[in-house]
Design a protein around this ligand. Sequence first.
Ligand code: SAH
Length: 263
Amino acid sequence: MKHIPKKRFGQNFLTDQAIIQALVNAITPQPNDLMVEIGPGLGALTKPLIKDLQHLHVVEIDRDIISWMQSFYPLDKITIHNSDALKFDFKSIGDSANLQKLRVVGNLPYNISSPILFHLLDNVQTIIDMHFMLQKEVVERMVAATSTPAYGRLSVMLQYKLNMEYLFTVPPEAFDPPPKIESAFIRCVPHASLPFTAADEKLFAKVVLNAFGQRRKTLRNTLKGMLDDHGFTQLDINPQLRAENLSVEKFVAIANYLYNHLH
Ligand code: SAH
């Protein structure tokens, strides 16, 4: 198909066959997997995936690509969802009882990568694993360790629910058109059971949001009105620290301390 890539949909199509093969190897599709690909585009991943899978779901926003897919793929192999992945109900895929969990893959549109990750995080109980191509810089933030410059809200919120593995870096030349930045491939697997559990996840999210709202400021400042000096002492947290110095465990401890003092 002749298709002019659309910038507004973040279209950078994978063309490097060795890299495509490496991605498929990392995913290791099994025939009976219940898999959904976000942003299939012209099929760089879709085509090899449906060789191994009995069936694949795809979520694509671009109507031109949708009409091409409808005539290109055998429709018993693929279910095409013409939808914005940010609004798509991932729980709608699969049997009504949701017995089989989803595997999610995609060379994601980079302009919406954080919102897609947060949207999927809300559906994590229906997901086995996720493999994504993203900007390298975002992948570095996802897996960042405490007290490093890349560690932020994205790291804490994702690491709370997911075990993540930086798989490999992918250069711009692997795509057409090449993006201006390097990319990386990442595997995310929901924790079988949460290492640290927030009694109220909304409160946890609010603490993390406030703490990183002004990341150069001390926790005493950013958590003012939530946590007083007595609270910091009780939690054994130095109020002069900044958000980037707090592990996921400590953020959960703060949220649970606040929860217990509200209830
Ligand atoms: N997987 C293909 C295409 C990647 S480009 C490849 O690797 O070559 C990103 C794809 O995501 C494009 O097909 C684009 O149309 C699609 N896309 C962009 N925004 C989207 C959204 N909000 N929801 C679903 N798909 C989207």
